[in-house]
Design a protein around this ligand. Structure first.
Ligand SMILES: [Zn+2]
Length: 79
């Protein structure tokens, strides 16, 4: 997977609609690409900010944020 594909699949991945094969490739790319980790991080902050602004913060999240956090943490994500 390339960074461009990563960006294209990001929505589907976060929505949980990405086919498992692609989700795997997605996570594999996320494990090796600092750029995409940073991209995902800022993307999620933006999404969270939007939800907060719309007052939807309490919605049950489709977003596997814990999974993402775990991935980021396992990378030793220091910024
Ligand atoms: Zn990348």
């Amino acid at each position: 997977m390339t960074c461009r594909e990563f960006a294209e699949f990001l929505d589907a991945f976060l929505a949980g609609t990405l086919p498992s094969e692609q989700a795997l490739a997605f996570q594999r790319h996320l494990a090796i690409c600092a750029d995409c980790i940073a991209y995902l991080d800022s993307y999620q902050r933006t999404m969270a900010a939007c939800r907060t602004l719309r007052g939807e913060d309490a919605l049950p999240a489709d977003v596997p944020e814990e999974l993402v956090e775990a991935i980021l943490r396992s990378r030793g994500g220091r910024r």
